[in-house]
Design a protein around this ligand. Structure first.
Ligand code: SF4
Length: 459
């Protein structure tokens, strides 16, 4: 059983309670990001490109627990950044376990073996280890050699000490179905409890945006992986809803429910979802009330949502579906008992569809303009410090984390002091700091790609 019965029962009871209370929007998994800094710089990651003062900032245990208590979701996933870099991560995990939250601590596992003594094995705690494929594919994905070996050694050590361990895998354009199927076999041989898979999302700030999958190709890739697995796929255990897998396989369609997996981090509650950054709310309650949900999701026509099939948007939808009708429940029971419906692969479009909303025209360092809604938006979307000329000749420099109708929030350059500045006071805006999103890891990824393409094929 890939998900323990007690966890399934807790989630089922919780969702039924929401249904009985007729709550249209409720949280299922809190994505708690206590910090953004990381010890890797993966090409597909859009989470770590911030000025150094932001990367040094972290939530305290008390701030994390306040968010957990306010939100009330039964599952807490801790991505990041790399959560094992947080100095109180052991204390945080213990406090969440004491609250009987099911915790998925998402880690690249570079530090896991060394940090295991900070944790106690518990049915509430799982290490969710980032592995994007077999050694070659994973090391390329995270832009560092030897990472797969370190991570798998840590997985064995954690399992030997009685911890729950799962893997989490993000698949990109160009993933080889046979190799991915072989990776799933390998994960099962390692002895992990289950695997979580998701297609990548084309983060606007990710160094590599060319290798994200458009919707049709996502479906075809997952079908090909399942076809490549043949009879072996019966051995594969997934630590996620089988109906979500059927969504990835194109056997059913869903709309996203991003409020069900809200994201809380150093800037607050991220609007509208883990993937997009359209500002921040200061409470989950405010997030629910202040977000214009109709502007998001595939049906909205928002180009940023067009190709999204990511688990943080859609997995909760599949869980909600299972508990919304007898038909949903029957579909869930059938997929759990007899395996997911995996249609045969069809024809593939010849080339990848370019990712939506490419930031070609995004202003870069040195750009400046008089204050206007568009200029404020540019300042908000820039991943470096900006300089604001204010009325009365004053200027303010820092990182803009939110722009509201009447005020913006600025993390003052080099510190974590947050200033609220009335929008009406801003006269001119200049992008003055270095943009870490246009950084070195892009080159590293490109160089590695070129190297891989030039290398002779293995015999
Ligand atoms: S479709 Fe994806 S990117 Fe758009 S709101 Fe939903 S989860 Fe976020």
């Amino acid at each position: 059983m890939p998900v323990p019965l007690s966890q399934m029962a807790t989630v089922a009871g919780y969702v039924l309670k929401q249904k009985l209370a007729r709550r249209e929007r409720y949280p299922l998994v809190l994505m708690l990001e206590p910090l953004y800094r990381c010890n890797l710089a993966c090409a597909g990651c859009g989470k770590i490109q911030y000025p150094s003062n932001v990367l040094k900032a972290q939530l305290s245990v008390a701030e994390c627990l306040r968010a957990v208590d306010e939100c009330g979701a039964p599952i807490v996933s801790i991505p990041g950044g790399e959560p094992l870099l947080h100095p109180q991560i052991g204390e945080l995990a213990a406090a969440l376990v004491a609250r009987r939250k099911y915790v998925y601590l998402c880690t690249n596992a570079l530090l896991l073996e060394e940090k295991l003594p900070l944790f106690q094995p518990s049915k509430y705690l799982s290490f969710s280890v980032h592995l994007d494929g077999l050694a070659e594919e994973h090391d390329r994905s995270v832009c560092r050699d030897g990472t797969f070996e370190t991570a798998t050694r840590a997985i064995r050590a954690a399992l030997a000490r009685g911890f729950r361990v799962t893997t989490n895998t993000t698949l990109f354009e160009g993933a080889d179905p046979e190799r991915t199927a072989a990776f799933f076999d390998e994960a099962m041989r390692l002895g992990v409890e289950g695997m979580m898979v998701s297609p990548g999302y084309a983060y606007e700030k990710a160094p590599d945006r060319e290798h994200f999958l458009a919707r049709e190709r996502t479906v075809q890739l997952f079908r090909r992986i399942f076809a490549a697995g043949g009879a072996r796929r019966k051995q594969w255990r997934f630590n996620q809803s089988p109906l979500f897998l059927e969504f990835l396989l194109g056997a059913r369609d869903y709309e996203c429910t991003p409020w069900a997996m809200p994201s809380y981090g150093v800037f607050g509650w991220q609007k509208p979802c883990y993937l997009l950054q359209d500002g921040y709310a200061q409470s989950y309650h405010e997030l629910l009330g202040a977000t214009e949900w109709r502007r998001y999701g595939r049906a909205s026509g928002n180009p940023a949502c067009r190709d999204c099939m990511v688990h943080s948007g859609f997995e909760a939808t599949s869980v909600d579906h299972a508990f919304s009708s007898l038909r949903g429940l029957a579909a869930m029971a059938r997929a759990t008992l007899f395996g997911v419906a995996a249609p045969a692969p069809g024809s593939m479009p010849p080339r990848a569809v370019p990712a939506a909303a490419a930031p070609d025209a995004a202003p870069t360092r040195g750009w400046s303009a008089d204050a206007s809604p568009a200029a404020l938006r540019a300042a908000f979307e820039y991943r470096g410090d900006v300089t604001l000329e204010l009325e009365g000749g004053e200027s303010a420099e820092g990182y803009v984390t939110d722009v509201g109708p009447s005020a913006l929030r600025l993390w003052t350059r080099g510190s974590t002091a947050v200033r609220e500045i009335p929008v009406a006071r801003v006269r001119r805006i200049a992008l003055t700091g270095r943009d870490p999103a246009a950084g070195k890891s892009f080159e590293t990824w490109k160089q590695r790609q070129a190297h891989a393409e030039a290398a002779p094929a293995a015999s």
